[in-house]
Ligand binder design. Structure first.
Ligand code: PLP
Length: 346
């Protein structure tokens, strides 16, 4: 990977060990239940998440969509953060394909949905004017507010609220391993309380493709049918699952390096005149920063210059705003190169 690509952790290439494992993966037709490597990945994922069963899916978007379609019926309502990936960036799939009505509530600065906001969003079942509230969805880490991890205590509190009202809980845990590492807890403490959880293999964990949806065995049986309906039944998918196994067994153990690099980047940025960054909000692998009014050009101009002159890529998130995401291919040296380039440009 030549470019210093900080746009996302989705840009990660598979590691040499993954490519090797993919080349030699034992495979079969997974739609027929014949692929031993996919089965191994699904069992491993479920066990780590503290759930009964797993389902290998093409993407995080597909995992979330399958969960929603499997939990809900058309006309049901799902309580979800206004800034949640599922609501903002998944093409409205829950509504378009599942007829599921999103009830959006604010995402707080700490990444949580306020418990009172959830409570107020739950519909009165006795009033026939309302859709039926079926599902609450959380995102951990919460990407749009800075990659903030949600704690086990908070997750359990939402679980309790769901139980009180007979609701289901789905977690979009695209980066739940980052949350577990940042909080120093076992990932099952974050994922176990949910009725379903999707996590991504293809972000900071470097696998080329795929996510795993986990939940109770009976739910995963139904989810397998939904996956097929969406065209997501894959055949010799063990080639992809082989990389996913390495993602879980090896790559989760190094995420603290990405977090340290993100912190290093944020601290360096905070020393550059013209840059605004809240170092204390950097908990995982994401750094959000902006240019102050003293800088006579906008974020797009700076990003274009960094790319043209230094082969450094940043995600421009607003007129003066950036997001930078650290990952396996961003070493401490590459953080220094990035800081030097921004310093020079400003
Ligand atoms: C929080 C979150 N959830 C879900 C997804 C969707 O994952 P995918 O791109 O694999 O569909 C992403 C992707 O960036 C994400 O950041």
């Amino acid at each position: 990977m030549d470019a210093i690509d900080l746009r996302s952790d989705t840009v990660t290439w598979p590691t040499p060990e993954m490519r090797e494992a993919m080349a030699h993966a034992e495979v079969g037709d997974d739609v027929w239940g014949d692929d031993p490597t996919v089965k191994r990945l699904e069992a491993l994922a479920a066990e780590r998440m503290g759930q009964e069963a797993g389902l290998f899916v093409a993407s995080g978007t597909m995992g979330n969509l399958i969960a929603i379609l499997t939990h809900c019926r058309p006309g049901d309502e799902m309580i979800v953060g206004k800034a949640a990936h599922t609501f903002k960036y998944e093409v409205g799939g829950a509504a378009a394909l599942g007829g599921v009505h999103p009830y959006t509530i604010p995402v707080q600065a700490d990444g949580t949905l306020d418990l009172d906001d959830i409570r107020h969003a739950i519909r009165d079942r006795s009033d026939i004017h309302y859709p039926l509230t079926r599902l609450v969805e959380l995102e951990n880490t919460q990407g749009t507010v800075g990659g903030i991890p949600l704690t086990p205590e908070y997750t359990r509190a939402v679980r309790a609220l769901c139980d009180e009202h007979g609701l289901l809980l789905h977690i979009d845990g695209a980066r739940i391993w980052n949350a577990a590492v940042a909080l120093g807890v076992d990932v099952s403490e974050l994922a176990g309380p949910a009725d379903s959880i999707t996590f991504c293999l293809s972000k900071g964990l470097c696998a080329p493709v795929g996510s795993v949806l986990c939940g109770p065995a009976e739910f995963i049986d139904r989810a397998r049918r939904t996956r097929k309906m969406l065209g997501g039944g894959m055949r010799q998918a063990g080639i992809l699952a082989a990389a996913g196994i390495i993602a879980i067994e090896k790559m989760t153990g190094r995420l603290h390096e990405d977090h340290a690099n993100a912190r290093r980047l944020a601290e360096g940025l905070s020393q550059i005149d013209g840059v605004l960054v809240d170092v204390e909000r950097v908990c995982t692998n994401m750094v959000f920063f902006s240019l102050d009014e003293s800088v006579p050009f906008d974020a797009r101009t700076l990003a274009a210059r960094l790319e043209a002159e230094h082969n450094i890529k940043l995600d421009v998130t607003g007129e003066r705003n950036f997001r930078a995401v650290t990952h396996y291919w961003i070493t401490p040296e590459r953080v220094e190169v990035t800081l030097q380039a921004i310093r020079e440009a400003l």
